[in-house]
Design a protein around this ligand. Structure first.
Ligand SMILES: Cc1cc2nc3c(=O)[nH]c(=O)nc-3n(C[C@H](O)[C@H](O)[C@H](O)COP(=O)(O)OP(=O)(O)OC[C@H]3O[C@@H](n4cnc5c(N)ncnc54)[C@H](O)[C@@H]3O)c2cc1C
Length: 470
């Protein structure tokens, strides 16, 4: 069965097939009758409440193959889940199979070669922990609980991107269970077309059971957030635009609108005040950190700053407490080639209306090393964009859904005319499926061909879906 409707319900599992799986799967099986089911079907976005026929908690590649086979043979939707952070909730479904890799989290660092192999269910917290012991790191997300596989397959943007490239640029090889249940290795030398597609094409091509990354000497960093009064947002954004264009690549720095959370370095009487911020990460020589960040302290009067030397994983976990699982999420995104004055005016109108302390707009620089990879060298096409912008609606109470989603939509409508047609697939909403061609620009047709070769029936369709060609 090849349906392209991501909300399509499967037919469920017969008791006989469910029993066979229960007996054969090494990790665990949770169906609606099991006590573990309600926990097992949860994803990070609390807005998503779906009831799959079964969650297969994989312990190894054999379990993954079993999950893929049963979904294919029974004609069921198949969700592949690692960190469960997919905002549209692609990590679960109604009536289908969930292939949950969160039990597959081992890592193996090779300090001499400066590589790490991570199983498909690892989070960035797992990977950072493993590599930091050797003073090494690679580009990952800014929250430690996000899954390495989901993030890398879409591209992978984080503090180290300007100096080290996107996460997918650091991928050396991946093991993939394809729709026919085979295990393939994808690298520059093996199944190179699949390897090309995995680096940006999302979860469209199979279940990635392990990923091997290139590492960089990053141990201690200098950085943290700088907060400014929101009425200076225009000045700060304009300063940031000029500054980041010429800043050394070892400096990561993204712009944000943010209601000040109750952090110790923010004066208590300013907690809850809407501000703008720049979050910095200097990954160059330690003694140059203060100097590298210093100009940003002159962008406007500083309301509060949490700068200092810290282990790289500490920065990557710094925002975790603000974003626990179970919040409501609705996000929209665009790539930005030029941050024009008109775009800044739209940001300055909508950013300060950020409705919740968890919600934010982030403008991530994706220049430097990201630009040294050609647009057609990997599936991630926007190598000429300078920024990836995400309006991330996040709030705790479902009663506030309308207000928060309206903020995201209105904001996005205001900035979109000043942005590229496409956006980063990992920041897209479930209602953004019609933007898929734009998200991949000139790479879409080649992606559709690779999809046709490795997943002709579109078994892997719970994602920003690429239709198989041919
Ligand atoms: C709080 C938060 C912070 C974020 N920060 C960043 C950030 O700093 N940088 C950034 O680039 N993105 C960021 N993202 C976006 C993130 O990259 C995507 O949500 C990504 O899909 C999450 O991957 P996951 O494994 O956690 O999610 P899941 O829901 O488990 O997976 C999402 C999708 O990825 C695919 N997938 C996951 N694992 C596999 C696998 N093993 N094999 C094949 N396909 C797989 C599947 O299609 C799946 O539906 C963030 C998201 C959240 C919610």
């Amino acid at each position: 069965m090849a349906t392209t409707d991501v909300t399509a319900n499967g037919t469920g599992l017969s008791p006989q097939v469910a029993d066979e799986l229960r007996a054969s799967v090494r990790g665990g099986f949770a169906g609606p009758e099991d006590p573990a089911y309600d926990e097992a079907r949860k994803v990070y976005n609390g807005m998503i409440d779906r009831r799959p026929a079964a969650v297969i908690r994989c312990a190894d590649v054999a379990d993954v193959i079993a999950a893929v086979r049963v979904a294919r043979e029974e004609g069921l939707d198949l969700s592949v889940r690692g960190g469960a952070h997919s905002v549209p909730g692609f990590g679960t479904n109604d009536g289908g199979i969930v292939c949950d890799l969160s039990g597959m989290r081992s890592t193996r660092v090779n300090p001499e070669r400066r590589t790490v192999r991570a199983e498909g269910g690892c989070t960035w917290g797992d990977l950072d922990h493993a590599t930091h012991a050797f003073g090494l790191a690679t580009t990952g997300g800014i929250i430690s609980t996000t899954g390495v596989a989901g993030l890398t397959l879409g591209g992978g943007i984080g503090h180290l991107a300007r100096g080290c490239g996107l996460s997918c640029d650091n991928l050396i090889s991946a093991d993939v269970v394809t729709s026919d249940g085979q295990l393939l290795t994808a690298s520059e030398d093996e199944n190179a077309d699949l390897f090309w597609a995995l680096r940006g094409g999302g979860g469209n091509f199979g279940v990635v059971t392990s990923l091997e990354y290139r590492l960089h000497p990053v141990g201690e960093i200098y950085g943290g957030p700088i907060f400014y009064p929101v009425d200076k947002a225009g000045e700060v954004m304009r300063f940031y635009r000029e500054f980041i264009a010429q800043a050394p690549e070892q400096l990561g720095a993204f712009f944000a609108f943010q209601i000040a959370p109750p952090l110790p370095f923010i004066p208590e009487d300013r907690h809850g005040e809407t501000m703008c911020a720049i979050v910095t990460c200097w990954a160059g020589p330690a003694e140059e950190g203060e100097q590298a960040v210093a100009p940003l302290l002159e962008a406007a009067p500083v309301a509060a700053q949490g700068l200092g030397p810290m282990p790289y994983p500490a920065l990557n976990g710094a925002f975790d407490p603000l974003l626990p699982p179970g919040l409501q999420h609705y996000w929209k995104a665009d790539f930005v080639r030029e941050l024009t004055d008109e775009a800044i005016a739209a940001h300055v109108e909508h950013g300060p209306r950020v409705p919740s302390v968890e919600a934010t707009m982030h403008l991530y620089p994706i220049d430097g090393a990201c630009h040294r990879v050609a647009s057609d060298e990997t599936a991630f096409a926007y190598r000429d964009a300078r920024f990836a912008c995400v309006i991330a609606g996040m709030w705790p109470d479902p009663a506030d859904n309308e207000r928060n989603t309206a903020w995201v939509r209105d904001y996005w409508e205001a900035i979109h005319p000043h942005s590229e047609e496409g956006g980063y697939v990992n920041f897209m909403a479930g209602d953004d499926q019609d933007r898929i061609r734009d998200n991949y620009k000139g790479n879409y047709d080649r992606l559709a061909e690779v999809k046709g070769r490795y997943d002709p029936e579109n078994l892997f369709r719970m994602n920003q879906n690429i239709q198989p060609a041919g």
